[in-house]
Design a protein around this ligand. Structure first.
Ligand code: NAD
Length: 375
């Protein structure tokens, strides 16, 4: 079947010599062998995946590669954030070397953001850089982590502190794999989709308000939302690959979100990353209203949308007790550079009008956290 028949969308990430395509559509695992062989002729491959994804999708990928003449070995890690560690990095590096793969061969990340970040880092450092293909299988990975080339692992001192920028040669987002994703994970990834509308695409946010049910149930609206999210991210990454400016806009909601993840000890039973982002995005809008930068109606609109889709949108939605406002501010200050008592935040003038605010007084943040603290 041709790409048109299969309704595969292509989004190009324009990065000069490092430009690449993101293909989005149902059934791309079956087409992976052909797509990879066409772009990386003669390459062998290591599929890096996690146990959950391996059980559902690794055999289909291996068969597709084999049919295209690509010899592949599969490396499976434990699911979850803990696999973004030095010890797992060492294990995966060793497995790739044991398979005698060369610089011209490919590391294929088949999984969510954890696998993508880990495998991308492995590809960036083994033999000083192998070829790298992203095959994201969670919504978060399809709309965010597989695009833009940030890869890495966590340090005991914090998340994502060790890694490299390493753009993939190709991203294959098989939307069919989302059918096996737990619904809580799908919903969490949706927070990042809504985020793109709220950064600078007000029409997309309005479209999501009307069409979110179809996005959740699958079909063309879901693929459309993923493609629009990838276009949004690709545009920002093309403008600012190494985050010296605009790319920071992608952190909308992440300052509050990361603080809440830290405050809940990264306990996925209480809060997963995308849920932290949804609360963080809602708080960023509420905070902007408090600073008289935006209308409180816009904050209410964002909160209503997250409530409708079943995402948490306020701190009170997190099960269990939270540390006090001072401690939360401490997490925010750890996450951010603090310059003479002021912080950098992504704030907004309204729906789809986010901007980088470099001089937010810590005292305002603290007062806001106190007002919104559930305890
Ligand atoms: P994840 O990789 O842990 O996946 C979530 C869960 O879903 C896991 O249990 C996984 O096994 C399971 N899963 C994934 N796909 C599945 C499928 N199709 N069927 C069944 N189960 C499936 O988490 P995530 O939310 O995908 O990604 C979070 C990670 O991404 C974090 O480590 C975060 O730091 C990173 N991230 C990176 C970037 C970047 O630019 N590199 C951007 C955002 C987030």
């Amino acid at each position: 079947m041709s790409a048109a028949e299969r309704r595969i969308e292509t989004v190009r990430v324009e990065l000069g010599a490092r430009a690449y395509d993101i293909l989005i559509g149902d059934g791309l695992i079956g087409a992976a062998g052909r797509e990879i062989a066409a772009r990386l002729p003669g390459a062998r491959a290591a599929i890096v995946t996690d146990e959950n994804v391996a059980a559902r999708h690794a055999a289909a990928l291996a068969a597709s590669l084999e049919a295209a003449g690509i010899a592949a070995t599969t490396i499976t890690v434990a699911p979850g954030e803990k696999s973004k560690s030095f010890s797992m990095l060492e294990e995966v590096v060793d497995a790739v070397l044991a398979a005698r793969l060369e610089r011209g061969d490919a590391v294929i990340a088949l999984g969510g953001g954890v696998v993508g970040d880990l495998a991308g880092f492995v590809a960036g450092i083994v033999r000083r850089g192998m070829r790298f293909v992203q095959m994201p299988t969670s919504l978060l990975a399809q709309v965010d982590s597989s695009v833009g080339g940030k890869t890495g692992i966590n340090s005991p001192r914090g998340k994502n502190l060790v890694g490299v920028f390493n753009q993939p040669r190709l991203v294959l987002a098989d939307t069919g794999t989302l059918d096996t994703l737990p619904s809580r994970e799908f919903r969490a990834g949706y927070a990042e989709v809504a985020k793109y509308g709220l950064i600078d695409r007000p029409d997309f946010f309005a479209w999501l308000e009307r069409n979110w049910r179809e996005v959740f149930s699958g079909g063309p609206a879901r693929a459309q939302a993923i493609a629009e999210s990838c276009r949004a991210k690709a545009e920002i990454v093309a403008r600012d690959e190494f985050e010296t400016g605009d790319r920071a806009l992608l952190n909308l909601g992440h300052t509050f979100g990361h603080a809440l993840e830290a405050a809940t000890n990264y306990d996925g039973n209480r809060l997963v990353h995308g849920e932290g982002v949804s609360i963080g995005v809602a708080l960023a809008h509420r905070f902007s209203a408090r600073l008289n930068l935006a209308s409180p109606d816009d904050a209410a609109r964002v909160e209503a949308h997250f409530r409708d889709v079943g995402l948490p949108w306020r701190m009170a939605d997190i099960p269990g007790p939270l540390p006090d406002a001072e401690t939360l501010l401490g997490f925010i200050q750890q996450d951010k550079k603090v310059t003479r008592g002021t912080l950098t935040f992504i704030l907004t003038h309204g729906i789809g009008q986010s901007f980088i605010a470099r001089d937010v007084p810590a005292s305002e943040v603290l007062a806001f956290l106190k007002e919104n603290h559930p305890g």
